[in-house]
Design a protein around this ligand. Sequence first.
Ligand code: IVH
Length: 683
Amino acid sequence: MTEEQAATRIKDLTNRIHHLNHQYYQNSTSEVSDYEFDMLLEELTKLEAQYPDYRHPNSPTQRVGGSITKNFKTVFHKYPMLSLGNTYSEEDLREFDKRVMKVLEGDFEYVCEQKFDGVAISLTYQNGQLTQGVTRGDGTRGDDITENVRTIKSIPLQLQGQDYPEEFEVRGEVFMPLPVFEQLNAEREDIGEGLLANPRNAASGTLKLQDSGMVAKRKLSCFAYAFLSSSLPFETHAEALAALKSWGFQVSDTYQKCASIDEVLAYINQWETKRFELPIATDGIVVKVNNFHQQEELGYTAKSPRWAIAYKYKAMSASSRLKAIQYQVGRTGAVTPVALLTPVQLAGTTVKRASLHNANEILRLDIHEGDVVFVEKGGEIIPKITGVDKAQRIPGSQPIKYLENCPACGTPLVRTEGEAHFYCSNDKSCPPQVKGKLEHFISRKAMNIESLGEGKIELLYDKGLVRSAADFYDLTFDKLFGLEKVFEDELTGKSRKVSFREKTVENILNAIQKSKEAPFDRVLFALGIRFVGSTVATKLAQHFPDLTAMRHASYQDLIEIPEIGDRIALSIISYFQDPEHILLVERLHQAGLQLKSNQQKAEALSTKLAGLTFVISGVFELYSREELQDIITGNGGKIVSSISKKLSYLVAGDKMGPSKLEKANELGIKIISEQELLAMISG
Ligand code: IVH
């Protein structure tokens, strides 16, 4: 392929993939199979690696992220990001309506929208291309987080259609969909990370991550709700929303035109409980005057528009009597208290349990036995206890005394300084911890042995057949066939029978057999090393050729890997100091699990770097480290982890460790920049 042909092909592929993405995300249709789509994306990725000059900054390949931004640039907003006046009552809303009526002569209408509780974003488009994404900041200046914004699939990188102004801005709310938030927190709990308080915090923390590759994994989404431009091609806000949708933005279809304040109030009532069915937390309704000329007529105060107002719902709260506190032990040994309540109706659902987070929370709330507590529904699925109705306290009732021993095995609980949770340290034989580790091992993102789900681990554990993950690989038909157990659900009182019939056993054995093909990064994740989630496991598997190399890696080796910090490095080292873990790993090796990295090496692009070895260090401008690794190996070069006399080149980026630089200079190693490396390939 000539350079010219490559440039044309890159352009065609870019347009085609943008179109397919638009069809998929905005119109829910697929013109090609997933496989064909992946092939197109792969072809583009390869061509871009070979001809980096022709990669468009808004290439669909940028959705996966990978760039590292150390410090976000502060930029001025062209149009300030204002706030909205708030009201909590019908009376205030009628006042607002009267003020609007007084200024505007003649008819006007409102548009009502959800007030999304996420993170406000300002997006700039020039000639149909996303050029900048900026946070609200102080309203006048915000952080330029364009690279992270590019990974959000519901934000178009290149607009569809033709009828958009040359330059304009879109305002919207970035959010983490509730199921993604729940999943993220479940994963964090699983690997022993602190939990994120709510989806809003999760979204705002994610937008500020330095590695856009990690942002891409968090699956953020965005609702667009405002259009700003010096040339206004529309008369009304509702027309602008329809146009935004047609250009490829995600616009929530919950908005509604209202001809009077009574219609606005009806909308507000209608959404008071319905809003809990939306994928995003909302905290009210925004009422906007629809016509842009009328908006101008009404104008602004110093802080907010006079043509819009936010109606905030009062938090939905109910009160209920505390029956008991249940303590749950997770696979990492962390103990979480859950309040069991007398069933009460709240926002359309019956609430029987509420989270109490940890021991500090119980102290902070000063909960006594049998107290009447207030529960509120926030941005999470499980409601939380927000206070105690002290007037109804039973005289002489005792404050809740936090458990001192593990509810499952009796081991005294401990708390490390700075940690919110108490832990049971008996990780070798505390039943819920052992079962939790086994559940983690078979889970979807780990070894994916689905046929062992739903109570089967419990049965295998109770019968003494499985104590360690390696025991799965010693199971036979004879050991499993005919096992059964009846489970009583403590909460519902319902019972359920699990029994191993012929077909069940065959499925289990087949799935266990198949799990031996699971790649190295999944096995690493399945081991359940504290703080090693699936993203970290993937990074480790990319870095180390096999488990033996990882086992023997020093602290220094580990912290030099991108995204691996002090805490993860220490956790890995301490994991491999335990002889039981070494035994487990050896048994898994004998069982035939993949303990070697078989990272699909990108198909060779050239052999220009054949015979040369490279160390990559620091932060780069154009590519992430992983991309540079792929470029080097794709052109026949080899990546090594440490600097020695034999090393051919050190590819140095910003903020590289001084010790590495010193060593390279001492040994007379050639030090090159990212650009020089690329020149070696194209030259
Ligand atoms: S319009 C001139 N519409 O609320 C103000 N804002 O208090 C333009 N928000 O920071 C804002 N949902 O992040 C508008 N449908 C919606 C909204 C919305 C949430 C947030 C926005 C802003 C804050 C204003």
